[in-house]
Design a protein around this ligand. Structure first.
Ligand code: ATP
Length: 323
């Protein structure tokens, strides 16, 4: 099999941006304490995409073994997903057996053919109940998945791009009765983890959930064009955004509420205008000249801003990987 896609400038730029930010996070050995919280965010978001209504707090309580009032099926989905995410990163992303094992973990006691490819046809429906995609005929599914994994294992593409293609092709094949979205997202995380192990803890699913309609639209467009390009670009954007949010969250944990407020104001301005001088920040924030300068210095020290120019010509911009 040879998936169809075009390598675009946008993809290459995203790959560079993601690689830089990942290297920085690895180097700084970021936030081990955030691991569990991030895992919970991944699970809650991936389940929310498939309409599980449990909140982040409820998901946290379930995982902590507390009693939660909710639909038993939804609670069971959380418990299964937690188990799957705990064990999936030891699996081989190019082995069909491992793929089925992960599906079994994710859907145990919830679907009839848990851990097995489907035996009948399957459709994907939009919110109006219209069929938007029909999966491959069931008799072809095992071979299609096998071929996809063989292609992926041999491919010399960067893992970042490869993981998006595998996610896309899995949705096109739609190998299971249920759980195809969750499995596609989980399998992409596993391939990303093989590239850089911090991806075990990076909740890309949350950004997909925040852009759920664009996720569906890009799947649909790529599907119609029989070419993964649009979907790859969407996913690389989502990965970059996740890393940027992660990086910012880390830094914002070190800021006071007041600092956070002024930084948000500044960030909005810089995303529009690119650079800011101390005097402009002073006008924007109504701070005194010395307070404005103090905040700019603090944000620079935190690594959120970089300085350009000297003395009276000094300006500030967002660190490149955050803009
Ligand atoms: N037009 C489309 N073509 C191909 N795949 C699509 C399309 N629209 C959505 N999908 C994929 O199908 C998934 C839904 O399939 P399925 O219901 O089997 O998965 P799920 O994990 O049970 O639910 P969900 O994916 O909603 O979490 C979506 O999450 C998405 O990944």
């Amino acid at each position: 099999m040879q998936p169809q896609y075009i390598l675009t400038d946008k993809m290459l730029n995203r790959v560079v941006g993601i690689s830089e930010l990942t290297a920085l996070l690895v180097l700084e050995k970021r936030a081990l304490h955030l691991r569990k919280e991030n895992r919970i965010r991944s699970i809650q978001s991936s389940l929310a995409i498939e309409n599980n209504s449990l909140t982040l707090e409820q998901v946290t309580d379930i995982i902590d073994g507390k009693r939660v009032l909710g639909a038993p099926k939804e609670i069971h989905e959380v418990q299964n997903a937690y188990e799957a995410y705990e064990r999936v990163f030891q699996l081989n992303p190019y082995r069909v057996d491992d793929f089925l094992r992960a599906h079994r973990l994710l859907t145990k006691d919830l679907v009839k053919r848990s851990g097995q490819f489907r035996a009948g046809d399957v459709g994907v429906y939009d919110s109006q109940g219209t069929v938007v995609h029909v999966g491959a005929r069931p008799q072809f599914v095992p071979k299609l998945v096998q071929d996809l994994f063989e292609w992926a294992e041999k491919s010399t593409l960067p893992d970042l791009i490869k993981s998006c293609i595998v996610h896309f092709e899995l949705e096109i094949i739609h190998p299971f009765e249920d759980g195809n979205g969750r499995m596609g997202r989980l399998w992409q995380s596993l391939i990303l983890y093989q590239w850089q192990d911090i991806f075990e803890w990076i909740p890309v699913e949350t950004v997909i959930y925040e852009h759920q309609q664009t996720y569906y639209d890009s799947l649909s467009l790529s599907n119609h064009q029989n070419d993964a390009t649009i979907f790859i670009e969407f996913m690389l954007d989502a990965i970059l955004e996740t890393l940027q949010e992660y990086s910012l969250k880390e830094k914002s944990d070190k800021m006071s509420d007041k600092e956070l407020l002024y930084f948000k104001l500044l960030e909005k301005y810089l995303k529009k205008h690119g650079v800011i001088a101390s005097r402009d920040f002073q006008n924007l924030s109504n701070l005194s000249p010395s307070a404005a300068r103090r905040y700019l210095t603090r944000f620079t020290d935190l690594g959120l801003l970089v300085k350009k120019g000297q003395n009276r010509n000094r300006q500030y911009q967002l660190r490149q990987d955050l803009s």
